[in-house]
Design a protein around this ligand. Structure first.
Ligand code: HEM
Length: 151
């Protein structure tokens, strides 16, 4: 039970830091809209900034570092802050969220059970700079992968 909560926290933290779809998908206002004192006319292009919310100071215990504790409360239980929205929000949010989360869990757990992932000693510090496109991807890197002894 505890291990499965921890793996959920790790997967969510990977998604928060990976920030795969940084600007979501552009939307458009269908009527004149008032938001936090700003008037937004009908037909305005809206580009949601998911990067901002996934790193927002005050929303996360450790906004600027990789730390699965962002998803664990003081009792070590898994909690999902409202600011976790890599799949966006609202009526047009990602339709594939359930499938994507199930796949992330199954693939991650299967790989971790079968292999050890080792950062090579001579590889230096990891470079977290992302490659920008419609989606963000990591730069290519080398990793040592060892088959675990079968239990
Ligand atoms: C980690 C994986 C994924 C991430 C981070 C992701 C993220 C997103 C984001 C940010 C949007 C834009 C939502 C908006 O317009 O506000 C979106 C839309 C969408 N996604 Fe995903 N997605 C993922 C996987 C998938 C998968 C596996 C499927 C389908 C099998 C899928 C199907 C869709 C569809 C159909 C939309 C359009 C929804 C609409 O416009 O009503 N996504 N996704």
């Amino acid at each position: 039970m505890f291990k499965s909560l921890l793996i959920q926290a790790v997967i969510h933290e990977v998604q928060r830091i990976a920030n795969t779809v940084p600007l979501s998908v552009p939307h458009c206002t269908t009527k004149d809209t008032e938001l936090m004192g700003y008037s937004i006319p009908r037909g305005t292009l809206i580009i949601p900034n998911l990067t901002s919310v996934l790193n927002e100071e005050g929303q996360w215990k450790f906004p600027n570092e990789f730390n699965p504790e962002n998803f664990l409360n003081d009792q070590g239980e898994f909690v999902k802050p409202e600011a976790f929205m890599p799949f966006s929000a609202g009526p047009r949010m990602c339709l594939g969220e359930g499938l994507a989360r199930m796949e992330l869990f199954l693939i991650m757990v299967t790989l971790l059970r079968k292999f050890k992932f080792i950062w090579p000693e001579d590889a230096g510090e990891p470079d977290y700079t992302q490659v920008y496109g419609v989606t963000l991807t990591p730069k290519p890197y080398c990793m040592k992968i060892q088959l675990r002894a079968t239990q």
